[in-house]
Design a protein around this ligand. Sequence first.
Ligand code: IVH
Length: 695
Amino acid sequence: MSQDQINLFANVETESATDSAAHNEKQIEINTLTDQLNYHAHRYYVLDDPIISDAEYDRQYRKLEALEAEYPEFKRADTPTQRVGGPPLEGFEKVRHNVPMLSLANAMDEDEMREFGFRIKRHLKVPSTTIITYVIEPKIDGVAISLRYEDGLLTMGTTRGDGVYGEDITGNLKTIQSIPLQLNRDGHPIPSVLEVRGEAYFPRDVFHAFNAKRLAAGEPTFANPRNATAGSLKQLDPKVTAQRSLAAFLYAPALSEGVTFESHWDFLSALEGWGFQVNPLGRLCEGMEPVIQGYHELMALRPTLNYDIDGMVIKVNDYALQERLGAVSKSPRWAIAFKFPAQQETTQIETIEVQVGRTGALTPVAHLTPVNVGGVTVSRATLHNQDEIDRKDIRVGDTVVIQRAGDVIPEVVKVIRDLRPADSQPYRLPKVCPICGSETERAPGEAVTTCTGLDCPAKLKASLQHFASRKAMNIEGLGKKLVEQVIDGGMVRHILDLYRIDLEGWMTLERMGKKSATKLLANLEKSKETTMRRFLFALGIRHVGEGTARILSEALPSLQQIYDASLHDLENIRDIGPIVAASIHRFFAQEKNRETIQALLDLGIHPEPPLPKETTTTEDPNFAGKRFVLTGSMESLSRNEAKALIEERGGKVSGSVSRKTDFLVAGASAGSKLTKAQNLGITILTEEDLTTMLQ
Ligand code: IVH
């Protein structure tokens, strides 16, 4: 569609609509919405320059979806709604490439680059002083793909395979938003058949978020974005691929029937005009010296890019020259890859140190024999958690392959088993916190191991902020900044110290006059008269949120009762599950925690047991302790309203679907969360089901 047709959805009734009014108004509406959504998706995913809000896009998308459901006969082949993924396949079909997918020869250093230039001139039989024009492009470290368009419409997408036969992964490639389903007709003329080659990849930020999620869910992570891309493209269910948010750069022609190009630079600009994502770092270079300079510039840019590159590709620009140069065995003579120095090296693990983070999470870090990786000395690598250590079977003394990817903390890729010392032992995270000596815990089903110490210095800032917060001890005026100041200044080394600072002590702090200090002391004093529920919540026991603190205080109104409760007693409290019960039990079983609690009571903190009326709650057995996930849009309620109503009844609302989810409430246009919930066998509620339950 052309620029002047873009009306930001203000009015879908375009001129062509009136022309075709005789046909079908709905068809025109579907056509217009399809064009406009494709246009805006291109602006968003390819040009990175959206001109409408996500919410507006979503509204129009849902409108198109609804229209397509009603009039499937008008659904267009390039509808954006198919990007969510079609039905799962039994397997991928093998397809023969019309033009084989070649690979590239490598140059290892600058001399080999220059030699490539000389070779070209010798082959072309031109004087050595001739200046050849090259195009340089980043070598994208993803998965090679080939796309076929017939009359401008995407008809086939394949993997490279062995270069001669690839696999038909059309359904998966259609989920990649930066791949046009239909070529833009306002750009360069459209070939009757176009086959283009490129690289699908995982944007780095998306990859890290994706791996973090997998790690948190206890699922195996991917070693790097390329492996994750390959894994995602090999999914038989395109809906899974759709959730991975891959992207693609296109960079080479294979077939272009009816339209020819003089140079690679022209071809790249046609690709851009047709709507493909073309890498913005491509440059035209006159002769070899600018190529080598470009290489150093690209290497410097490498850590800042949001995608992995493993070198630079140099191509002769002139297609007539390319033709004359031809190919040797499996690679063309007119191009070469100039690889970057390796980002992986081999070294040894000397020790494993355990760091304790702000939230109490234990992170094992390998101390390595220092090694140079791609120009940077690396002496530490993160081991993430016990699962990662077990999965890779990492041990002290092991020789390991480590990897540095851009600005990311180095990681251990694998252990070289053959070099393992005979007496090595599997590594286990410590049973006690290396900072405070309290027990560590790893709740079943969770990947992270945490310190259970109430006042572990490693997590003191976070625990203190939580302790003072409104729903906990409600110490007015004691916010994040003040907490940081008193800890950094050494005035507070322990939760108890908070109640021990006197007027003068408070007055030593920045911008704290006598008046504010007096007020703060009064607030501290006031906070001592609290409820059991607040006090239990303030202790920051893992898995004990406000709701659980209330349930616990109602079931066991005194601290003595809690101390006396066995794990079994705790598990028998309504709405306290085994994981939460175990966490509570472990917390109170620790002498150190009991001592701190006693000292707090000695300082005058007085947690009131719940009044009888507090025990009559608005809890509803249909909701209490149940986990809900809301997705799609609802008509009668906003998300926030639904959340509040569920929480009022004792339910929990979380943002993502996991095995722990009890109900998924699916509103209109529910997408990937619905699919995931269905796959996990989670009960799906409609908006109506939810409103009935709420009544
Ligand atoms: S041109 C005739 N350009 O590197 C070969 N390839 O080892 C045409 N690659 O299989 C390839 N970025 O998967 C070309 N800008 C780029 C590239 C690139 C990555 C990959 C591609 C190819 C491999 C060659």
